[in-house]
Design a protein around this ligand. Structure first.
Ligand code: PMP
Length: 296
């Protein structure tokens, strides 16, 4: 699914056939989760293929590598060029792009050793699909804000998230909502969350959530549509009584939430401000240079 005989990836400074890449079983990333990755998406726009906000994604990756003291010898412009060349070599127009910084062989527990950059691209439909989701509140909590720097995508951080999503599926739900260490609504395992109440949007503040690039984009879109956004803590009760809610993320894009723990959200999604935001986001990513939402 992610590659075939012809697929090209970027590994350790070169474009190579994906099937020929070998990762050492002694890689520190594999054993201890010390690694940094990103997720970007390219779209066919009226101006050609455009990656959405690549500078923001690669900057977050670099900052996360720095926070983990992992050497990261690429500059942002170079990474953008590699990503575009990867799309071109694979003849992709609409695709997901996944760079990961892999920590080299080291069975010890100190960071700072050599790293290798791997970057791949594949066609990926919206991560959580297109229909409204039935969600549950997970007993697996978001990793404590003081356990790791809250900057970007740290490989090892995803284990609780995988547990939360898997548990949600096993219980018959589409996706989990994770709480933070204080029991407030934090986010989904791979997406941020916004709730809507009486026409305004509320999203958990930065601090112990993923500083999502889609989240920041949604806040910009809302402002331009004159929809108020509050960044503040959200209680479980508020979530259950929301008029509407969305998950946001590069791979998820924007998807509506139908219910939480079997309680249906109050508004018909199509009538919500969340639906307007979803539509504007879709137009924006497909018309990167002329954002649709500024001319609405
Ligand atoms: N939270 C987590 C844990 C994520 O992995 C992601 C990205 N998939 C997001 C939120 C959304 O971030 P972004 O909008 O930058 O893709």
């Amino acid at each position: 699914m992610y590659y075939n005989d012809k697929t090209v990836s970027f590994f350790d400074g070169k474009f190579v056939k994906s099937k020929e890449i070998a990762i050492s079983p002694f890689a520190q990333t594999l054993h201890y989760g010390l690694g940094v990755f990103e997720g970007l998406k390219a779209y066919q726009t009226q101006h050609g293929v455009r990656i959405f906000k690549p500078t923001e994604h690669f900057t977050r990756m670099k900052k996360t590598a720095e926070a983990l003291h992992l050497p990261f010898d690429y500059d942002i412009a170079e990474l953008e060029e590699i990503a575009y060349e990867l799309l071109e070599r694979n003849k992709f127009k609409n695709a997901y792009i996944r760079p990961i910084l892999i920590a080299a062989d080291n069975m010890g527990l100190l960071t700072g050793g050599d790293t290798k950059l791997f970057m791949a691209t594949w066609k990926w439909p919206r991560y959580l699909g297109d229909r409204l989701l039935n969600t549950c509140i997970s007993s697996y909590r978001r990793i404590h804000a003081q356990s790791l720097p809250v900057v970007g995508k740290i490989t090892g951080c995803y284990v609780p998230n995988i547990m939360a999503s898997t548990d949600a599926k096993q219980r018959g739900f589409d996706e989990a909502i994770m709480l933070d260490e204080n029991g407030y609504v934090a986010q989904a395992p791979g997406s941020n969350i916004f709730i809507e109440k009486e026409g305004v949007l509320i999203t958990p503040p930065l601090g112990n959530i993923m500083p999502g690039i889609t989240r920041a984009t949604v806040i910009e879109i809302a402002k331009s549509l004159k929809i108020e956004v509050f960044e503040r803590v959200i209680t479980i009760e508020e979530l259950l009584e929301a008029d509407a809610a969305i998950f946001t993320g590069t791979a998820t894009e924007i998807v509506g939430i139908a219910s939480v723990e079997g309680t249906a959200l109050k508004l018909l999604f199509d009538k919500s401000q969340c639906a307007r935001i979803a539509e504007a986001y879709n137009e924006l990513v497909h018309s990167v240079h002329e954002p649709a939402y500024t001319i609405i």
